[in-house]
Design a protein around this ligand. Structure first.
Ligand SMILES: [Fe+2]
Length: 310
């Protein structure tokens, strides 16, 4: 299996590049570079870019790019897993890429050698006085200004798929991802959705870098960027609402992964999410199985999941 080190960026074709760029900037991204038909957007971290938007006559998911250690790993993907031949990336930081296609037909890029950019100073995180532990003494709480949040990294992607068993095998055997939580319907061997994380051995990683939902089609469902804390999300929620963008769900907290989420609809139709305070796991964490009958989507609301998947 391949050894992924993280998610680098995601690519979308968009019909309305101007509106898509305005949304991305309100969401917290910043223009890193432009070409005649594309715009590359970065966050506040050191990733050269987290999102590439390409002008097109259709709105479409053009694949996400996973980072690998070096070009040798790219060559291994070509030799052992049938990835396309190595090509040079045109975006900021350069680098090389190969592309794999999963059993659902979705493209996944592997990238290496992209020069990082300089991370921007991160605002301080909240210090919470809880009922039992009041550690913030004589210090007033942070009051982030109304505006776009700082996006630290592209943390995970959610996808629609058709065949969970087949996709789960491919994600584990080819991409080397580990299942954190799997949802089943009826019997435990009938998985219908799941959350997969990077395998970084003893290193702590986010509960998931990929979420899959078997719902009869193959497409991107959402992309998710990490922010400093939930304060950033509530303030960003107010900011995005003030700009007139369409909320989908949040601010809420998912039971699986525990992260605080806030989901918005981009002009291209795909969902953009921020998350904070996710569970961390090492490779030693076993998979947990859950009957979808008892699954909850949000600890903080009674919203029905239907609208999240429409
Ligand atoms: Fe998510």
């Amino acid at each position: 299996m391949l050894r992924l080190t993280g998610l680098h960026h995601v690519n979308f074709a968009v019909r309305d590049l101007g509106s898509s760029e305005r949304f991305a900037i309100d969401f917290g991204l910043q223009v890193a570079a432009r070409t005649e038909h594309s715009v590359f957007l970065r966050g506040a971290g050191n990733g050269a870019y987290l999102l590439r938007l390409e002008a097109s006559d259709r709105d479409a998911f053009l694949g996400a790019a996973w980072s690998v250690a070096d070009a040798n790993e790219l060559q291994r993907a070509v030799a052992e897993y049938g990835a396309t031949n190595l090509s040079e990336l045109a975006g900021p930081g350069g680098g090389h890429a190969v592309t794999l296609t999963d059993p659902e037909g979705l493209p996944w890029h592997l990238v290496a050698d992209i020069a990082p950019t300089i991370a921007q100073p991160l605002r301080e995180s909240l210090r919470i006085n809880t009922g039992a532990a009041k550690d913030r003494r004589g210090v007033t709480q942070l009051k982030p200004p109304l505006g776009p949040p700082q996006l630290l990294k592209l943390g995970h992607i959610g996808i629609f798929i058709q065949d969970f068993a087949r996709q789960s095998q491919w994600l584990q055997n080819v991409l080397g991802l580990l299942p954190s939580d799997v949802l089943y319907a009826g019997s435990p061997d009938h998985g219908i959705g799941g959350f997969f994380r990077l395998n970084r051995g003893a290193e702590w990683v986010d509960h998931h870098a990929l979420a899959v939902f078997a719902m009869g089609k193959a497409d991107c469902h959402h992309i998710s960027f990490e922010v400093q804390d939930s304060e950033a999300q509530f303030v960003a929620h107010r900011w995005l609402s003030k700009q007139g963008w369409e909320p989908v769900w949040g601010v809420g907290r998912h039971p699986l992964g525990s992260h605080v989420f806030d989901v918005w609809r981009a002009p291209c139709g795909y969902r953009f999410e921020t998350y904070s305070d996710t569970d961390l796991c090492t490779a030693a964490e076993p998979m947990h199985l859950h009957d979808v009958k008892h699954a909850q989507m949000d600890l903080w609301s009674n919203e029905q999941p239907d609208r999240y998947f429409k």
